[in-house]
Design a protein around this ligand. Sequence first.
Ligand code: 5AD
Ligand code: SF4
Length: 360
Amino acid sequence: MIKDILEKENLSKEDLLKLIQIEDPQELQLLLDKAYEIKLKYIGNKVYYRGLIECSNICIKNCRYCGIRKGNENVERFMLTKDDILEISQWIYENGYGSLALQSGERNDSEFVNFIEETLVEIQKNSNNSLGITLSLGEQTLDTYKRWLKAGASRYLLRIETTNRELFKKIHPNDEFHTFERRIKALKDLRTAGYQVGTGVMIGLPGQTYEDLVNDIIFFKENDIDMIGMGPYIIHEETPLGQEALGNILSDGKRFQLSLKMIALCRIYLKDINIAATTALHALDPLGREKGILAGANVIMPNATSKNIKPKYQLYRGKPNLNDDAIKGKLALEKSLKEVGEEVVYFKQGNSPHFYNRQK
Ligand code: 5AD
Ligand code: SF4
């Protein structure tokens, strides 16, 4: 019985496998409710924002699923200037978000590494060192991670994408830049450098099984992950995987539901970590983020990048852009969260409790 499994203090792999396959709406609700109960216990009815700044869509990699992959010649490439980033950061700071996230395509040339380092120093200078800064800038050397941490970042998100090595191979080009081992090494280096370490996966990839997803959750636990950002895989037609996946993946509704189940299971299994209700959830459902929060997530990353730049940062089709956050704004999101009983916390960083609990 699902109910009995949900009563257990510690779930086995078999339990996780049963729970992730729930289809019955009442059982699904039991699962989500349990996850929300655990969220209330460990985090409270609180949501933390990270103002998201999409700094650049220039990328040296060629991941087969991603719309801004190097090989996509239809993308008009951009890079924000330091002043752009500082201006958006200032808006985030003044609006009390407490944290921001810098995201971009991957680059590891020294010009880029220096640029990020200098920008971080200035962001923190302008905010009295009060902002929690998350980086999502791909695989870098340990030395680069250390420099960026010293310059003011404290968290790093690097998704493993899938822990099934065969599947990982299928969704990436077969070359030395895109290996599973490199990704694992990068996650280890992030821990060594001293970050709150975040990872995550795409959910509903072609060929991905329930067991793969359960193994992903177990991987998060085994690697003592502090934060999770994961969401449904979404087809981008101008990509090789997108072409193969057309008519060959679960429906949008199913991938959305599976993503909610993954959030719930991570909350139940990992308890005191930070979990983001991601943009990709929002892309499949206008209330996706709110539903993600009710399934156990506690972090939202409202896009703060200004309106004339956003359309160029398309990782997948139907990405909510154009001012969904900047215009519809803060207030609408806050209101819809309030309606589900959740409070947005301002002027606090909202760090991963798990990170601090581990240090004790
Ligand atoms: N669908 C969903 N997520 C995607 N990402 C990239 N392309 C897609 C897609 N088509 C995610 C990857 C990557 C992050 C930056 O965006 O998980 O780590
Ligand atoms: Fe580049 Fe990240 Fe897209 Fe891969 S997923 S192509 S590294 S932006």
